[in-house]
Design a protein around this ligand. Structure first.
Ligand SMILES: [Zn+2]
Length: 106
C-alpha cells in the first residue's frame, strides 16, 4: 500500500543534502545543515528534559572543524532512513513522515 507521504525517489548527495520526490508529486530539498539541526534523536531534541545539546559543545577543543557531510545513509525498515554524519553522530532516525513534516516547514 502506498501512502501520500511515501517517497517516490530519494537522491542522496553526501556533501550537499537529500532530495525527495514524493508520491503525490511534491518535492523536498533538504540541505545538510538543516537535516543536522533537525536531528530527531533524543540527544538533539532534549527529549529527556535536558537542554538540547549544541554540536559544538561535545568537542570544545576541536580546532579544525571539517565541513558537515553525510558518511552513510541506511534504510530503517521501509519507513525511515538513518543518517550517519562525519561528526560521528548516527542516532538520528528520520522517518519519511518526519521529513515530510520538515518539508512543509521550509
Ligand atoms: Zn541527534
Amino acid at each position: 500500500m502506498s501512502r501520500r507521504e511515501d517517497p517516490e525517489h530519494i537522491a542522496i548527495s553526501k556533501s550537499k543534502g537529500i532530495k525527495i520526490d514524493w508520491k503525490d508529486g511534491q518535492h523536498s530539498d533538504f540541505s545538510l545543515p538543516f537535516l543536522r539541526d533537525h536531528c530527531p534523536c533524543a540527544t538533539c531534541t532534549g527529549a529527556h528534559g535536558e537542554p538540547p545539546q549544541r554540536p559544538e559543545a561535545s568537542a570544545p577543543f576541536q580546532l579544525y572543524k571539517p565541513a558537515l557531510k553525510i558518511t552513510a545513509v541506511e534504510p530503517v525498515g521501509n519507513y525511515a532512513i538513518r543518517i550517519q554524519w562525519n561528526d560521528g553522530h548516527n542516532s538520528g532516525i528520520y522517518s519519511f513522515q518526519y521529513l515530510r513534516t520538515l518539508s512543509q516547514e521550509t
